[in-house]
Design a protein around this ligand. Structure first.
Ligand code: PBG
Length: 340
């Protein structure tokens, strides 16, 4: 899709009446330029230690943190509805958090156990593992902090160990969400050297320092650790568009298979430009705060939540996204399957 609008030769009104193609549902369906399918969606899950554990996340209505035994049937539901991939985020017990986040490369950590269990129980669903240290650090930062600074190269060494650990557990897609410079190349090289030549890398290539991540940080339990600190020395400045293209270009050159833009709706311009410029499979992350806003307004009866969700997700497709990570994936897929 090109952003420059082409000039069509068309007869003027009254010969041309665009409303002809909007008169009835069947003609609107016939001429729709984009469609939303369960196959376009990725469902994120928050994982808990223990068994039979289920905790609602207050700021994400409809989303619960689940222990692995309860996660399995939810991922089976995804498989039945045609959702191709799930994204996993572990809630690490506070006593396992350290300054260097070493729990991230413990082969028996919660995430790795969840990956192994799911690959056994529901092998047909793709698993995306988050590569970043924030669930494991006492600082809540995605990288290692030294003298108040998030140190890039030392963090890469840690991220490489974390990515290898996930690949060994059977993770299909490793997804670095940390925004360190050079991590994609280092992870690709290490995966290849270890024989994981088929492990896919999804780069959170253009990830902005956003206030829309609030509910997510509550859900994984990194909000308290982070306190008033921010991630502005590594995540992007919301003022920048051209810089996003540089970020994506570097990650592609380093070996990213898929790229993602995050957050979603406030960054549709970035999604469109990334897709137009590079043509790579491009994902959008409809992040926690965006989902929470829709749910909160719908609960008050101020908007039609379902209609707003569909409109939002369709907007991602129209902008050029090939797939969307959204907390509403299961809910939307269920609705789509009921319609047909
Ligand atoms: C952590 C990570 C974050 C999200 C996904 N991975 C939060 C952050 O960067 O602080 C946010 C997802 C969301 O808000 O839904 N690396």
């Amino acid at each position: 899709m090109s952003l420059a609008s082409p000039v069509f030769p068309q007869p003027a009104f009254p010969r041309t009446r665009l409303r002809r193609l909007r008169r009835t549902p069947w003609i609107r369906t016939l001429v729709a330029e984009t469609a939303l399918r369960p196959a376009d969606l990725v469902q994120p899950f928050f994982i808990l230690e223990g068994t039979r554990q289920r905790e609602p996340v207050p700021s994400l209505p409809g989303i619960e943190r689940l222990s692995i035994d309860l996660l399995i049937p939810e991922v089976e539901r995804c498989a039945k509805l045609g959702i191709p991939m799930v994204a996993l985020f572990p809630c690490t017990p506070p006593e396992r958090k350290t300054v260097d986040g070493r729990e991230a490369w413990n082969p028996d950590n919660l995430l790795c156990r969840a990956i192994r269990a799911l690959k056994r129980a529901v092998p047909e669903v793709g698993i995306m593992g988050d590569v970043a240290l924030d669930p494991y650090t006492t600082t809540g930062q995605d990288g290692i902090v030294r003298d108040g600074e998030i140190v890039n190269d030392e963090t890469i060494t840690a991220l490489v160990k974390q990515a290898l650990c996930q690949a060994e557990a059977g993770c299909d897609v490793v997804a670095p969400s940390d925004m360190m410079d050079g991590r994609i190349g280092a992870i690709r090289a290490a995966l290849d050297e270890a024989g994981f030549t088929s492990t896919i890398i999804l780069s959170y290539a253009a990830k902005y320092a956003s206030a829309f991540y609030g509910p997510f940080r509550e859900a994984v339990g990194s909000a308290q650790a982070l306190g008033k600190a921010d991630k502005k020395t590594y995540q992007m400045d919301p003022a920048n568009q051209r810089e996003a293209l540089r970020e994506v270009a570097l990650d592609i050159a380093e070996g990213a298979d898929l790229v993602m833009v995050k957050p979603g709706l406030p960054y549709l311009d970035i999604i469109a430009r990334v897709k137009d410029t590079f043509g790579l499979p491009t994902l959008a992350y409809h992040v926690s705060g965006e989902y929470a806003m829709i749910k909160a307004a719908a609960e008050r009866g101020w908007i039609d939540g379902e209609a707003c969700l569909f409109e939002t997700l369709l907007a991602f497709k129209r902008a050029g996204a090939d797939a969307i990570v959204t907390y509403a994936a299961l809910e939307v897929a269920e609705r789509l399957c009921r319609q047909h």
